[in-house]
Design a protein around this ligand. Sequence first.
Ligand code: KG4
Ligand code: ZN
Length: 360
Amino acid sequence: MSLTLLAIETSCDETSVAVVTDGRRIHSNVVASQVALHARTGGVVPEVAARAHLRWMVPVLEEACATAGVTDVRDLDGIAVTQGPGLAGSLLVGITMARTLAWDTGLPLVPVNHLEGHIRAAWLLDPGEPDRPAPAFPLVALVVSGGHTFLVEQADELTYRLLGQTVDDAAGEAFDKVGRLLGLPYPGGPAIMAAAARAARHDRRLPRAWMGDTGDFSFSGLKTAVRRMVIDELVARDALGDPDEPDGGRLPGDVVDEIAWAFQDSVVDVLATKTLRAAAHARARTIILGGGVAANRVLRERVAAGAHDLGVPLVVPRPALCTDNGAMIGAAGYRRFLAGTRADHDVEARPSWKLGVPRT
Ligand code: KG4
Ligand code: ZN
């Protein structure tokens, strides 16, 4: 018997609702992005994000149901919703919508960890996409986005062990901040990737934070090193302006491209090396990349080459499934539904919810 869930995701700045069967087959996955809204401020402003969720929640729900051919939510088997981690005000909009629907329909309500959703995106199949085998356990997953950066080992359907996480900025946040420093448009990730691809010279080198032998990450030192490099280049051209606000946009395009390349090279080196090392250590049978930064072509290529050498299949969902979306919550919610996880109607947001047991 198949099981179809309505899934709601509002943890950060995408309002999304999906209809997913058996944690795999997507019937609809509607995402209202706030990227344009936050481009003005160069980042997500929590209250602005929450208000935008409120604006888009019902239209997105209606479109997700219409696209999936759902005329009555009662025909579905349950409602999955992101309970955390994320911005409290944003989470509350999705949770309130889910609670109201569950209350109205009598359907079970399944609370989902957003980070588990990012990993479970690797199971999803688009409408009409041929079936393929599910990722095999044990697996190692790297989730890198604007809000999170962590490496996790998944032993079986529901058991996660955190191998490491960022001690300061998330990887995507570092891309965004360095993008701003270089005078590139928001979000910084795609802009830096494009600039790096244009770079004619690859001889600049920025530091790598290896954090000893741990699975942890740190990007703040790298960000400071980029800042210093930008200041030096500006000073050399007598174009520094305000030293507290160095503007890489005043540098020649080829210099910006070279710095973007060096930054991306440093981030990708650390992310790929740690992921591959963890996969070898865990004797992983699958490697998964998720989160918005997994859209980075150089990161994908580096991990793919290493995974090939290890003989381990790599699964990277297509970019729209790597970034925040409702379908990944439907995928994670399915497993939790089967395991009997249910929320009371007074379920609350868990803004700091971690995934898995800490490293021992
Ligand atoms: O998963 P996501 O859409 O939202 C969060 O939950 O944060 O990730 C957005 C992040 C942004 O920081 C963006 O700069 C980064 O992913 N990103 C990239 C690329 N595309 C998006 N970073 C590096 N390379 C890319 N191609
Ligand atoms: Zn996310």
